[in-house]
Design a protein around this ligand. Sequence first.
Ligand code: ATP
Ligand code: MN
Ligand code: MN
Length: 333
Amino acid sequence: MERKLVSIQKVDHLEDIPGADSILRARVMGWDVVVRKGEFRVGDACVFFEIDSQLPEGKDWAEFLRPRGFRVKTARLRGVLSQGLALPVSILGGEVPPVGTDVREPLGVVKFEPTPPEGSDVAAPFPVEVPKTDEIRLQSALGVLDELRGHDFYVTTKLDGTSATFFKTLDGTLVACSRNWSLRPGTSKVWLMAQKYDLATVLPPGFAIQGELCGPSVQKNRLALDAVDLFVFSVHDTRTEQYLGHSEFLAFCTRLGLRTVPVEHVVTGEAARTFDHSLEHYLKLAQGTYSGTKNRKEGIVIRPLVERTSPTLGGSRLSFKVINNDFLLKDED
Ligand code: ATP
Ligand code: MN
Ligand code: MN
């Protein structure tokens, strides 16, 4: 699901920050965000901008972010973590739409995109048969916790590389893609992986594999790899329009000789029934380092063992990410 980068939300909670007299700590959805004192009362609507909102130039309400390039980032103010931005609904200059309404477009906000598209390598748009890779942040979709409760589930490490998708069409053509584009065969890292694993041969028609490409000169190579490699996190059967469940997924990757993202926990039975599905608990699980390194991990991704759809996520698969707050602060995501 495309997350709502900018939407109308409710201020659920406000509290003082010791030693600060002009700002307060607010709770909006699952986020803690610092707001100006006097701007909101508990229960008020606000315009909430999630992290990575790129605000437009030339609007009064966005001017204060000019020094930071008009980009909403994780910040620490007076020792308090602030994730996102809450502004009064008056910036909309008209009627206030209901809570949940997406107001990104009328406000002229776009998503900050750190990596430019691999221009010359682009061959075609992303194949329509395959869903693009994406994960919702838990804090933006707290309802998923109730949807997961009682079900067996697993936790993988979120790798900080770049997304790659490989799809074999029903007539046997291999399509290799970056996050948003199908790439022309050549020397790109994506096609290098296609060759390394001989995907043109071993991938069954109608199937797509999706993974994180990691290694030297990809992001910061936090896994400290000597060579680029692919870590698969999803296998999609385009004929049934279903992702493989966890055990079929593992078997599929083993059969094709592919690596998967690290599986940190598989929680089943009694342990799953009594698991503490709280935001705080997940934030703890998201901390730590990539194994064998001293590098902070980006976070974790959580999914049920048996694929389920999520009403909270508008009917797409139940799956979400929890970003390690230590990582966010260090890397100013
Ligand atoms: P946001 O808009 O919330 O910042 P984003 O679009 O920048 O998200 P990421 O923050 O990188 O994307 O999170 C989703 C991506 O994480 C997926 O598209 C995938 O490439 C990557 N990823 C890395 N490790 C995993 C994993 N273990 N399971 C699923 N996806 C993973
Ligand atoms: Mn990423
Ligand atoms: Mn991101």
